[in-house]
Design a protein around this ligand. Structure first.
Ligand code: DX5
Ligand code: ZN
Length: 215
C-alpha cells in the first residue's frame, strides 16, 4: 500500500493559512488534516466550520477532517457543506456509530472512526466493512507536538490483520508524534496514512521532511 501523508495544520502559522496550505501541497503532502476540538471531548479548542469554509479554496488536496468533539452527528452536514472530503469521528464520542457513518456517507464523503490510545481497537472490528479509514491515535488527542506512544503499534498491527481477515482494504491512519523516526515503525505495523503536524511544519525543508517519511 502506498503511504499517504496528511498535513496537520494545527501546527501551521494561523496568521497565514493560505501560504501554509500551498506549502503543504507543494511539498508533496497528499491530504490536509483538519483537527476540530471542542474543549469538552478534549481539553483544548482549535477551529471549526467557518475556518474550513474560508481556507478550502486555497488548496486542491482532499480535506481529512478529524472531529474531536462530543456529539459528532449534529455537525456532519455543516462540515460537508464547508468542503470536507473525509470525516473521522471518535468512537468514544458517539452513542450510535453506525448512524454517524451512514450520515457521513449520505453526504458523499468517506468515513472514518478514531480510537484514543487507551480504547481497545477490537471495538472497531464489527464496523470495519462500513468504514474507509480507522484512525489510531498515537498520542492522547488534544495537542500537537507530543511524543509517540509505542504501545499503540500493537493496535495497528492487530487492526491490519483483522482488516485483511475481513477482506477489507481499510486505510489505517496514525496521528500524533509521527515523523522521520516513527514512520518506519507505524508503516511496518500496517499504517498507510500518516498525519504529521509539528515535524513537517517546523522543518526547515518541508518537502524533504515529507519525503523522509515515505522512505
Ligand atoms: C492531536 C491532533 C494531531 C496533531 C498531531 O490531537 O489530532 O493531528 O496535530 O500533531 P503532531 O504531528 O505535532 O504530533
Ligand atoms: Zn488529528
Amino acid at each position: 500500500m502506498d503511504t499517504k501523508i496528511s498535513a496537520s495544520i494545527l501546527s501551521a502559522d494561523f496568521g497565514n493559512l493560505e501560504r501554509e496550505l500551498k506549502r503543504a501541497q507543494e511539498s508533496g503532502c497528499d491530504m490536509i488534516h483538519f483537527d476540530v476540538m471542542d474543549g469538552h471531548f478534549v481539553p483544548n479548542l482549535s477551529y471549526g466550520v467557518p475556518v474550513l469554509k474560508s481556507i478550502r479554496k486555497y488548496c486542491s488536496l482532499p480535506f481529512d477532517v478529524h472531529l474531536m468533539i462530543t456529539d459528532p452527528l449534529g455537525f456532519i452536514d455543516a462540515f460537508a457543506d464547508a468542503g470536507a472530503d473525509h470525516i473521522t469521528f471518535h468512537l468514544e464520542a458517539a452513542d450510535n456509530p453506525d448512524e454517524v457513518i451512514e450520515k457521513i456517507r449520505s453526504r458523499g464523503l468517506t468515513a472514518g472512526i478514531s480510537v484514543k490510545p487507551k480504547t481497545p481497537v477490537e471495538l472497531i472490528y464489527p464496523l470495519i466493512k462500513k468504514l474507509d479509514m480507522v484512525l489510531i491515535m498515537t498520542v492522547e488527542p488534544g495537542f500537537g507536538g507530543q511524543g509517540f506512544i509505542p504501545e499503540t503499534l500493537e493496535k495497528i498491527s492487530a487492526l491490519r490483520k483483522e482488516a485483511e481477515r475481513q477482506g477489507s482494504e481499510l486505510d489505517i491512519e496514525v496521528d500524533g508524534g509521527i515523523g522521520f523516526n516513527t514512520s518506519p515503525k507505524v508503516r511496518e505495523a500496517g499504517a498507510n496514512v500518516l498525519v504529521s503536524g509539528s515535524y513537517i511544519f517546523k522543518a526547515e525543508d518541508m518537502a524533504a521532511a515529507v519525503a523522509s517519511m515515505r522512505r
